[in-house]
Write a protein that binds this ligand. Structure first.
Ligand code: KE4
Length: 427
């Protein structure tokens, strides 16, 4: 496969941009090789700068549940652009998108739109602290909530001790306000509440984890956290930046029947343009300025183009049968991959919820961060490159998710499985 133009572009990019990319995971450092510079996307396919075509399972990390350059989204954007790009003033579309979100998520009374998932989680945490008057936040090892200082931490030694930064530039004092628990282990959270009585403002988690690879909530995990936070006067924050409108129109909270106090959204609600949202209980959201004392602002928050693309996307997703179609496509893919791996005697565990999935090179089960660290990353990297050579574009990291869109056809799936059969045979 000729990737000479991508190689030239990457060499030039490194002269201007740290690591040559505007987000680390794009660098291919996790899997090796030179990142492909993508020139065009249409439906389920992308083309790189050298003209190589791929079936795309990254989908820009989740927003493109309708595929690339979806006709309804592009048509709506073309009309919106003619009216101007941004006003820094309220617009009708922001009201419509907020209303659509409240209609999709019964736990949501009020919505504040921002411009990224990071802004959404950062602001939700500030709202929780403002509402409760408490400082500590609990997160889970393996969950990622964007790059806000207080959440770039990992567990310190021992269960109830403070956390340590896992990024340079984060002061230890910031990290100490964040406590780290173990995903799918409610007792690890109980211990934190016992060690910090009356001082935990909120527990934040991905209700279906997508950032350690896909890890599903075990029986009783989400319900246990709901009961525990309520009994301690702490808020439960669901980071549904990935799962919102992905695993169901009402997100993971609808799928699993758990009502959080705050929800963070992003990705799909912008249809591919920069957007985020934090939302939830009216009494909590009323702390947000200009209504309340908690400040948060943004020049392009609720940007008319992002809102237009988001509304067009949600309207398409609200149509009958869309999620059944995604389930059928994703199920065909995972069944094909599992059979291919079994035939090649390659240990493979696929965790999937709807059109969100990860294939781990491990016997399984993979139920938390500890299990994930035991999976075979080298095998994933080799598999990634065999698939790339075969025209299938997967996440350039073993700890990410694969996304199926409404644009993925039966032919896409069957060809992907055929390429995987060959790839497994070469591992
Ligand atoms: P952004 O700030 O990247 O829009 O969103 C941060 C974020 C928050 N919460 C969850 C659950 C997320 O998955 C993310 C961002 N996801 C990553 C990939 N898993 C985005 C890709 C990247 O970092 O380049």
């Amino acid at each position: 496969m000729d990737t000479s133009r991508s190689s030239r572009l990457f060499a030039e990019a490194q002269g201007y941009i740290p690591g040559g990319v505007n987000s680390p995971v794009r660098s291919f450092r996790s899997v090796g090789g030179v990142p492909l510079f993508i020139q065009r996307g249409q439906g389920s396919h992308i083309w790189d700068a050298d003209g190589n075509e791929f079936t795309d399972y990254v989908g820009s990390w989740g927003p493109l549940i309708l595929g690339h350059a979806n006709k309804e989204v592009v048509t709506a954007l073309r009309a919106a652009i003619e009216n101007g790009l941004t006003f820094g003033a309220p617009t009708e579309g922001e009201v419509e998108l907020a209303r659509m979100i409240t209609e999709a998520f019964p736990s949501v009374d009020m919505v504040r739109l921002v411009s990224s998932g990071t802004e959404a989680t950062m602001s939700a945490i500030r709202a929780a602290r403002a509402f409760t008057g408490r400082d500590k936040i609990v997160k889970f090892a393996g969950c990622y909530h964007g790059h806000t200082d207080g959440l770039l931490v990992e567990a310190g030694s021992g269960g109830a001790t403070y956390s340590i930064p896992n990024s340079a530039g984060v002061p230890a004092s910031y990290a100490q306000e964040t406590l780290v628990a173990d995903y799918n282990d409610v007792s690890s959270v109980v211990r934190l509440f016992e060690a910090h009585p009356g001082n935990i403002a909120a527990v934040i988690l991905e209700p279906v984890a997508g950032n350690m690879g896909v890890v599903l909530p075990g029986d009783g995990f989400l319900a246990g956290l709901r009961e525990l936070t309520s009994s301690h006067g702490a808020l439960l924050i669901f980071d549904e930046v990935i799962t919102g409108f992905r695993v169901a129109y009402g997100g993971a909270q609808t799928l699993y029947g758990i009502t959080p106090d705050l929800t963070c959204l992003g990705k799909i609600i912008g249809g591919g343009l920069p957007v985020g949202a934090y939302c939830g209980r009216k009494d909590v959201m009323e702390v947000v300025a200009p209504l309340g004392p908690m400040y948060q602002a943004g020049t392009l928050s609720g940007n008319p183009l992002a809102v237009t693309a988001g509304i067009a996307t949600l309207k398409a997703l609200a149509k009958p049968g869309v999620y059944d179609g995604l389930e059928a496509t994703a199920s065909r893919l995972t069944q094909g991959l599992s059979l291919a791996a079994k035939t090649a005697e390659v240990p493979l565990t696929i965790n999937r919820v709807g059109s969100l999935m990860t294939a781990f090179f491990a016997d399984g089960p993979v139920e938390g961060w500890y299990d994930v660290t035991k999976t075979n990353r080298d095998r994933y990297s080799a598999f990634f490159h065999h698939m790339l050579e075969g025209g299938v574009y997967l996440a350039p990291s073993a700890f990410e998710a694969a996304f199926v869109s409404t644009a993925h056809s039966r032919e896409d799936i069957d060809r992907t499985v055929a390429v995987a059969e060959s790839a497994f045979g070469k591992l």
